[in-house]
Design a protein around this ligand. Structure first.
Ligand code: AMP
Length: 188
């Protein structure tokens, strides 16, 4: 499987990516997780990403694209991958096509986990209390949702046009969403 996972912040992408990756035996690659690890480790990449992340903005494409290109060049990706949180705008989608073309891969699916804005805002505020993520405060959540609407949401039409879009309702408990995802993917 070679797939990307789309959906607003708080839709459950990270949780579902981990589960799907396990089920299909491919690595889940979360750009947010890679950035967070670099921020914690105080690396140069982390230092260049931190201000954007804490503001809820996208890290500049040249930084993000280089990081993804590096990750996709690693050996474990040969069996497939599930990208969680990339691409996040049309420019990154074009860049991903070029990277995959260079590696001789094609994308099998663009999975969108759909979720209502009020529901995801609630979920993110709850997660803030549990995980204490620096970008889970109300104003930053609002910015992240706006960024999703403006920059990332147009990707659903982009991938639908290529016959790759698989939409799954992200409402309900975690197991039901996983079951819906697996059913939709296996039906392809
Ligand atoms: P996430 O964990 O996917 O919600 O990502 C957390 C933050 O990392 C985002 O709000 C962005 O600041 C940054 N980030 C993650 N993925 C990307 C991406 N593909 N492009 C730019 N910034 C990203």
């Amino acid at each position: 499987m070679r797939a990307i996972l789309l959906g607003p912040p708080g839709a459950g992408k990270g949780t579902q990516a981990t589960r799907l990756a396990q089920r299909y035996g491919v690595p889940a690659i979360s750009t947010g997780d890679i950035f967070r690890a670099n921020v914690s480790g105080d690396t140069e990449l982390g230092r260049s990403a931190q201000a954007y992340m804490s503001a809820g903005a996208l890290v500049p494409d040249e930084v993000t694209n280089a990081m993804v290109a590096d990750r996709l060049s690693q050996d474990d990706v040969v069996s497939g991958f599930l990208l969680d949180g990339y691409p996040r705008n049309p420019e990154q989608a074009v860049e991903l096509d070029m990277m995959l073309g260079g590696l001789g891969f094609t994308l099998d699916a663009a999975i969108e986990i759909t979720a209502d804005v009020d529901e995801v805002t609630e979920r993110l505020l709850r997660r803030a209390q549990i995980e204490g993520r620096a970008d889970d405060t109300e104003p930053v959540i609002r910015t992240r949702l706006e960024v999703y609407g403006v920059a990332t949401a147009p990707l659903t039409a982009f991938y639908a046009g290529r016959g790759l879009l698989v939409q799954v309702d992200g409402l309900g408990d975690i197991d039901s969403v996983t079951e819906r995802l697996v059913a939709a993917l296996d039906a392809r």
